[in-house]
Design a protein around this ligand. Sequence first.
Ligand SMILES: N[C@@H](CCC(=O)N[C@@H](CS)C(=O)NCC(=O)O)C(=O)O
Length: 203
Amino acid sequence: MRLFMTAGSPYARIVRIAARELGLAPRITEVPTTLRDPASVVLPYSPLGRVPVLEADDGLALGDTRTICEYLDRLHVGPRFVPNGGPDLWQERAFEAFAIGLLDGFIAYGRELGRPEDKRSPAIFDGEVNRARRCLDHLEARAGTLPRTLTFGPVTLACALAYLDRLPTGSDWRAGRPGLAEWFASMTAAPSFAATAPPPPKA
Ligand SMILES: N[C@@H](CCC(=O)N[C@@H](CS)C(=O)NCC(=O)O)C(=O)O
């Protein structure tokens, strides 16, 4: 299988961590690609031009982070990366949806931050800053009960915070949120996080 990815994509990182946690990494070749580029090597597999995209052994090209993780789950025997049963299923699903929503918000914030200041939309920028603050405070209030398993929801939240860390002043999220900071440090101590760490942001 081949996984089209970028080293800095938090979505691709979730899949890359899933592959490692499921023991499937040796079966997957990671193919770095450019984004928003007509020459991007992912385009023949997905006209969306987004990553991650998994090219399965039968040629199927699968996009969408969660869908790819569920596909990988079916290729191994053992605990699932995306839980699909059990008494806590809907709590887990709610947490997963929250974590993905938070990551989507951070990406919108990062995109706006990357624009020259006079070209930023104050409505979008302020909206994303407020969303992020609300969600981070919500997480801090629940830090003691946040799940610490290397499964889709917690891994997505940790990848989202790691992405935020890389934005200018992004690491400020720790201030006043010691519980969340401790949770993040314990999640990212896992070898699969170290193995997928993005390169340092450009100066
Ligand atoms: N909903 C998608 C989002 C993937 C996504 O937006 N990936 C970003 C990289 S972090 C991307 O490819 N952006 C390029 C673009 O939107 O053109 C998923 O879950 O996989």
